[in-house]
Design a protein around this ligand. Structure first.
Ligand SMILES: Cc1ncc(COP(=O)(O)O)c(C=O)c1O
Length: 419
């Protein structure tokens, strides 16, 4: 093909939105686009625990810039694995952990490995989902057929659990991969309840489905890292019980990101953990993963992994980080309540209680593309065309402005669907 004939693709929506927001010089502009934490003054927030870890690292005279091994930093991988799986004896179900280029790299490495070695017929992705899931699987696993499972029930603004279960029951076959958001589902902010996770785990076990957890918000969602890891740990216990020889799936994996919960977005810190069914020899999967890493990135970057490892292995810094998680998650929860309160002050706007029942950074506002465009054009408020809004862009100073603008666009363009 001639390079001159290459068709142009549209800009990535969320990065384009951020660029347009930056270029807008209106004094009241508000960004509800990108999934990044902002403080009370709409500024990026360097976590105090991260600052302290940086200082500790800078004092370390042994600091150098050598290559890491292909699999990454051992001490980082140990604490990363314990953070998501708990401090468990891993002898019954071996875990292979590899450091990756953040959560995106972990998703990509997992997809490439599974496509080559497990060879599933399908990968099931929630509808809707984080936009990059489709692209990652398209590039890393072109032979695996992508399917979606229903997730969001628009009329009730809640989880379509029946739809999710019945689709997986009817359409998924042994070894199919199913992507699950470990907590704080992006973009809906709606997670299954514990009872629903239990039913899902039973289904995965019976049908031998391969769970692929995407964990991008551990601790960021509720402020409690164990609560946010509950679903992952439950799946591991149910699918691979200590003394059972019953047949189940061949494994599960977790793509772990440290972008949001440590505010280390640009450092690209993450890990892929592959949990294997008891009795599975790990050298095969481990060496195949290493081979993939070698061919793609050779070995991961150092700095961010050292920060995470320093914090998680020092009790004082760890306590600081727990407080940082509380700061971020409680500010987000407070903004959810305030936004609801400020919108519902207006007559005829409908029920916005979902803002408070959802969790994490995002909400599906239910606003249409026409609402979204008017918010942007008239009020300089930026959110995705799907109506997804990032709550972290709100603060005490702009929340009333945003609520009033939402009221104005509803008055002008008509009410939300299912309001
Ligand atoms: C669901 C989900 N998975 C993975 C990621 C990966 O992010 P990163 O590559 O920055 O760690 C994100 C980031 O927005 C996300 O929302």
């Amino acid at each position: 093909m001639r390079l001159a004939d290459i068709p142009e693709v549209p800009r990535d929506e969320v990065f384009a939105l951020t660029a347009d927001f930056k270029a807008d010089d209106h004094p009241n502009k508000v960004s509800l686009g990108a999934g990044v934490y902002r403080d009370e003054n709409s500024q990026p927030w360097v976590l105090p625990s991260v600052k302290a870890a940086r200082e500790a690292l800078n004092k370390n005279r042994d600091w150098n810039h050598e290559y890491l091994p292909i699999h990454g930093l051992d001490d980082f991988l140990d604490v990363a694995r314990d953070l998501i799986l708990g401090r468990e004896d891993t002898s019954q179900s071996p875990v292979v952990s590899i450091q990756t280029i953040s959560g995106t790299g972990a998703n990509h490495l997992g997809a490439a490995f599974l496509a080559q070695r497990l060879k599933p017929r399908h990968v099931f992705i929630s509808s809707p989902t984080w936009g990059n899931h489709h692209l990652i699987w398209e590039f890393a696993a072109p032979d695996v057929v992508q399917k979606t499972y229903p997730y969001y029930h628009a009329p009730t603004r809640s989880l379509d659990f029946e739809g999710m279960m019945s689709t997986l029951e009817a359409e998924a076959v042994e070894d199919d991969v199913v992507i699950l958001h470990a907590c704080a589902h992006n973009p809906t902010g709606i997670d299954p309840t514990r009872e629903q996770w239990e039913a899902l785990a039973e289904l995965f076990k019976r049908k031998k489905l391969f769970a692929f957890f995407d964990s991008a918000y551990q601790g960021f969602a509720t402020g409690d890292v164990d609560a946010d890891a509950w679903a992952v740990r439950h799946f591991r216990h149910v699918l691979f019980p200590r003394d059972s020889t019953a047949e189940g799936p061949q494994g599960l994996c977790i793509a772990q990101s440290f972008s949001k919960n440590f505010g280390l977005y640009g450092e690209r810190v993450g890990a892929l953990h592959l949990v294997l069914a008891p009795g599975t020899p790990e050298p095969g999967p481990r060496t195949q993963l290493l081979r993939l890493v070698r061919g793609e990135i050779s070995n991961p970057p150092t700095f961010g992994g050292r920060i995470v490892q320093t914090i998680l292995s020092d009790p004082r810094l760890r306590a600081m980080w727990d407080r940082d998680l509380q700061t971020m998650s409680s500010r987000i929860k407070r903004m959810r309540s305030l936004l609801r309160q400020e919108i519902e002050k207006h007559p005829g706007v409908g029920d916005w209680s979902h803002l408070e029942s959802e969790i994490g950074m995002f909400t599906f506002t239910g606003l249409s593309p026409a609402h979204v465009l008017r918010l942007r054009k008239v009020h300089h408020i930026y959110l995705m065309m799907s109506g997804r809004a990032s709550i972290s862009g709100l603060n005490e100073k702009n929340v009333t402005y945003v609520a009033d603008a939402i009221f104005e666009v509803i008055k002008h363009e008509g009410s939300r669907q299912y309001s």
